[in-house]
Each structure stands twice: as C-alpha cells, then as structure tokens.
Design a protein around this ligand. Structure first.
Ligand code: ADE
Length: 227
C-alpha cells in the first residue's frame, strides 16, 4: 500500500513515519508513505500556499492551485482509490473505516491548515472526508498520522504476530481484555491465576469474559441494544 500525504508542514510528519511499526512496514516493503510539501507546488515567487478568505473573516484559506498541481502530478503517476481530506467536519474515523482503507492500494491524505482548503478542492478532487474526533486541531497532520498508523498496522505481515491486530480493542466491537507480564506478584498485587494455569480454553474464556466486562463498564455504547 502507498499513502501520499499532502501538507504545508511536512516536518510534523517526517519524524513520525521514521519510527516503530511504520518504519518496519516501510522497510519490509509492505507500505510506502510519501510526504509532499505543498510549498513545492506554489505558483508564485513567495511560495504562497494560502490567502485571505473571499467575503472577509479571520483566518487564511489554503489555495486550490498548489493542491491541484500536486494531486494531478500524483494522479498522472498512478490511480488512487481515495483522496481523503482530513477535516473536523468529516465522517468520524473508526476501526471499520481503518479495516476498509487497509485493503486499498493507493491513498492520498490531504491535510488542511488554518481555516481549511478552498471549497473547490473538496468539490473537484476529494472523494471522502475524515475527522478523528469532535474537536478542532490546528491542522490535519496529526489526524493524517493517526489514520496512516491505524491503517498500516492492519496490513498483513506488518505486525510480527498476525493475530495481534485481530485482538485489538474495537475489532469485534469489544474492548481488549487486560494483559499482564512478569512478575506474577508485584508488592502483593498478583496476576489472575487462570493466566498462569496453562489451560488454553480457560484462558480464552476468561479473556472473552473480561472483554465483555470492560466494554460494559467503559463503552456500553459499543454493545448497542442488548435486548
Ligand atoms: N483538522 C483539524 N481538526 C481535525 C479533526 N478533528 N479531524 C481531522 N482533521 C482535522
């Protein structure tokens, strides 16, 4: 899978993608992430990528020409499954969306900044819009990193233990059960004995029960209407 991220603050993203799982996915050849600096596509000498809003009002708007130029350049090189604009008024991101996107081949993530992008970018180029939650960040870079991380870790072969993505919270609309490691006793706080029993079926049953208990306590909304 290839993800192209378009931003006017590339430095916010480059260090993020050179770490941990994402770096491993790139090195294994399972994912490719390219960050594009909008300023490289600015058409005037000042490398201006934003301008005042028509009709007035506070805040700058990202101009359409540099965005159109980078998107068209990328589209000339390969076809894209989706061009996704990161925006607080997009569809709320969730695990089913991450699962769906992880099956795509080429994605563009467009990061807004300031007051956002000229509406015509959304009308002409964008195929879907994603929000990572009901709060406003200063740009779409952190949301793009969130989406890329959650999608890339789902690509088969990226995680060492293939089953570990399947046992993540949310994969069955259930939160994950608690996990423990050594020591078995820390200052009198001991690990549930079933986990030390070696009895696989009992361990699995305990985990399923804890998952349900966790979800009922913390996120009952995930279970929907039980009756
Ligand atoms: N840009 C600014 N805030 C955002 C959010 N909550 N989700 C996606 N993109 C954003």
């Amino acid at each position: 899978m290839r993800i192209d991220i378009i931003t006017c603050v590339p430095s916010l993203l480059t260090s993020f993608f050179s770490h941990s799982i994402l770096d491993r996915a790139v090195k294994k050849g399972l994912a490719e992430v390219k960050v594009h600096d909008l300023r490289d596509y600015a058409t005037n000498k000042q490398k201006q990528v934003d301008d005042y809003a028509f009709g007035g009002g506070a805040g700058m708007v990202l101009k359409i020409e540099p965005i159109a130029a980078v998107i068209r350049k990328l589209q000339a090189e390969r076809s894209y499954d989706e061009i996704i604009y990161m925006t607080p008024d997009g569809k709320r991101f969730d695990q089913p969306t991450a699962n769906r996107l992880s099956m795509m081949t080429n994605l563009i993530l467009l990061c807004g900044h300031y007051k956002g992008v000229d509406q015509r970018v959304r009308d002409i180029f964008v195929t879907s819009e994603i929000s990572i939650g009901d709060y406003v960040l200063s740009g779409g870079e952190i949301p793009a990193a969130v989406v890329a991380d959650s999608v890339i870790r789902l690509i088969p072969g990226v995680l060492n233990d293939e089953t570990s993505a399947l046992s993540d919270s949310f994969q069955d609309n259930l939160l994950a059960p608690p996990v423990y490691t050594r020591p078995a006793d820390f200052e009198g706080h001991s690990v549930p004995p079933v986990l030390l029993s070696g009895h696989e079926a009992n361990i699995e049953a305990w985990r399923a029960e804890q998952s349900l208990k966790n979800t009922l306590e913390k996120r009952p909304d995930l279970l929907g209407d039980l009756d």
